[in-house]
Design a protein around this ligand. Structure first.
Ligand SMILES: [Fe+2]
Ligand SMILES: [Fe+2]
Length: 259
């Protein structure tokens, strides 16, 4: 029997990246024999945030669950979208009065995958402690899932690594997003949790984290508000494939991918 495999792609930046992911994801799923696909879509809309069109394209393109991050509520339509489309998550450590859900269990043919979306709090919004929130969700759902994956959308590399070690052996994978640059530190921790600081983005390669360099240069030299324009340069996909042992649900392999 083959192990359970999940493909996870980082922050999709802009409609051109949505199209590129939608064009390639089913092929990638086949190539890597992935049983499930999770995509961070927090910037799939033009500008940033999420929109219905981008979400629908990602789902029809092969995403089973879409995670988000700090930009999820940038557009007013997001609240409605999160209520209508339960395959789209917002970070679980937002207050409970906020629209949408922070975790979901995807029922694949070969196993149930719990996906949790969390936001870091170091250098970001002062939300609920992500460590405690992760613990609570994993515990409350015990017995309802076979494998688990956390998209930890955070700024600080230390916070991402700390959460991964904290959850080592409790969560199947702790995968970082938000900083948009793929890191080369993927590893399986001692108790069977797959970890990478950042899986990288799906967006224009020749850019500053997806944005036209001129915008960021102006922002950093003028210190005045600047409208961010997504670069129209060719898009690359970044992500990882995580393999879980079907006997004990622990991660046995994490592989970076670039397309
Ligand atoms: Fe972000
Ligand atoms: Fe992002």
């Amino acid at each position: 029997m083959k192990n359970f495999k999940v493909i996870f792609l980082g922050d999709v930046v802009g409609p051109a990246a949505v199209e590129y992911v939608a064009k390639n994801l089913w092929r990638l799923r086949k190539e890597y024999e992935a049983d499930a696909a999770v995509v961070n879509g927090e910037n799939c809309a033009q500008g940033n945030g999420i929109d219905r069109d981008g979400i629908e394209r990602l789902i029809s393109g092969g995403a089973d669950i879409i995670t988000t991050g700090n930009h999820v509520f940038k557009r007013f339509e997001a609240e409605r979208l999160l209520e209508d489309e339960r395959r789209v998550l917002r970070p679980a450590n937002f207050p409970s009065c906020v629209a949408g859900a922070g975790f979901s269990i995807f029922d694949s043919e070969r196993g149930r995958l719990l996906v949790i979306n969390l936001l870091g709090i170091v250098g970001m919004e002062p939300l609920e402690d992500p460590f405690g929130r992760a613990d609570k969700i994993l515990k409350e759902n015990e017995g309802k899932y076979d494998y688990s994956l956390i998209d930890f959308h955070a700024e600080a590399t230390s916070e991402k690594a700390a959460l991964a070690f904290y959850l080592d052996g409790k969560a199947g994978a702790v995968l970082g997003t938000h900083t948009h640059v793929q890191t080369a530190d993927e590893q399986i921790l001692p108790h069977g949790t797959a970890f990478i600081t950042d899986v990288g983005m799906c967006g224009p390669q020749l850019s500053v984290l997806g944005v036209e360099p001129e915008c960021i240069i102006k922002k950093l030299t003028h210190h005045t508000p600047v409208k961010f324009v997504i670069s129209s340069n060719p898009v690359k996909i970044h992500g990882v494939v995580v393999e879980f042992d079907e006997n004990n649900s622990k991660a046995v392999k994490i592989e970076r991918i670039t397309v």
